[in-house]
Ligand binder design. Structure first.
Ligand code: SF4
Ligand code: SF4
Length: 343
């Protein structure tokens, strides 16, 4: 009875929210291309400015294995949609990528997801331990759907030195119980290794590390397995036809991310699911060379000019183009209201 009431309440709120967003979004689509771009430029201006001042990537993602074990209908890595061969990155190649970062005294994010679940790599803790030893200042994040989290691998990655464990729990509806394996991990491992007051959520990782070096960031988010999000440059299985794609410009992904898949290829962004537009390969070039290479530079130049048309993936992509909500109240509200199709 109680569960049913919560379920009805969530569903009603969800419906109200998505209906008002759909309305606002369809109004936005009725504007001319020029006006859509003006609004988009306005909302994205803070991030554009930020990346003008910060020209170096702040997140390096290693896709250690091309597999996931969830059924998210919006994702080409889901069990029912996956067509990639199942490949795991060789440790030596991973070490090469980490060594580049180590030489730079890298102190930003290192993570193990692109379009995959990191916990499907059995010896993940060995990769983490290497990154920890070589990049002591980096923020090491594990983002997972939590399905393969067990006490043993959870313990191993914590001991190997991660700074953050974030779990996206994908569920059919918003009232499902927290999965037992996650509850067990919290009880038997997390809160045995860390006092509750040292387990923090919320704060951005890098800030947390500087302020509270002995703490761990741990978050759980509830997400729906069958949502319709951005079209991921055309790869989202549940959004193949996107005729009403809005006219968008700037996108911050190629200003902040380096995504590396199992054979060392670097893509233009995480939405390039099949690594079709390679920026380079870490077998042949350092991350710095790839980052400041002609292809990446040209892509960023075009996006800075709000031009997605030169790039086949960007021109087919409805990702809004910002990594975090704008600080300005007006921009934030506009973003929340108008754009329903994001990550
Ligand atoms: S969104 Fe994440 S959890 Fe879901 S199928 Fe894709 S990679 Fe897996
Ligand atoms: S617009 Fe889409 S494809 Fe282009 S860089 Fe952004 S996320 Fe990637």
């Amino acid at each position: 009875m109680w569960n049913q009431t919560i379920f009805d309440k969530y569903n009603l709120l969800y419906k109200i929210k998505s209906t008002s967003k759909s309305l606002a979004s369809s109004l936005f689509h009725k504007l001319s291309d020029k006006n859509q771009l003006i609004i988009h430029n306005f909302i994205t201006s803070e991030e554009r400015l930020f990346y003008k001042k910060n020209e170096k990537f702040d997140s390096v993602f290693f896709e250690l294995r091309t597999r996931c074990n969830s059924k998210c209908s919006f994702c080409a890595a889901s069990i029912q949609n996956e067509i990639r061969p199942d490949i795991t990155m060789k440790f030596d190649l991973f070490a090469k990528g980490i060594d580049y970062l180590s030489n730079e005294n890298y102190d930003k994010r290192i993570a193990f997801h692109v379009n995959n679940d990191p916990l499907l790599v059995k010896n993940l803790h060995e990769y983490v331990a290497y990154a920890r030893a070589k990049c002591p200042k980096a923020w090491i994040q594990i983002l997972t759907n939590g399905k393969s989290l067990r006490n043993e691998n959870g313990y191993n990655i914590l001991k190997a030195g991660i700074d953050e464990l974030s779990i996206n729990i994908y569920e059919e509806n918003r009232t499902e119980e927290t999965p037992k394996n996650i509850i067990n991990f919290e009880k038997d491992v997390l809160y045995k290794l860390y006092d509750k007051k040292n387990v923090l959520g919320g704060m951005p990782g890098v800030i947390l590390k500087k302020k509270y070096p002995t703490y761990i960031k741990y978050t759980k988010a509830r997400r729906l397995v069958d949502e319709t999000l951005s079209n991921r440059a055309g790869s989202a299985p549940n959004k193949k036809s996107n005729k009403t794609k809005p006219n968008l410009g700037f996108c911050s992904h190629p200003f902040s991310q380096v995504n590396i898949t199992t054979n060392g290829d670097v893509s233009q962004c995480c939405a390039d699911f099949y690594f079709n537009n390679k920026m380079g390969n870490i077998k042949h070039n350092s991350l710095n060379e790839i980052w400041s290479g002609e292809k990446f530079t040209k892509l960023r130049e075009n996006l800075n000019y709000s031009n997605r048309k030169e790039n086949i993936l960007c021109s087919n992509c409805d990702h809004f183009g910002i990594n975090k909500l704008p600080n300005s109240f007006l921009k934030r509200q506009l973003y929340k209201l108008l754009f329903i199709n994001d990550e």
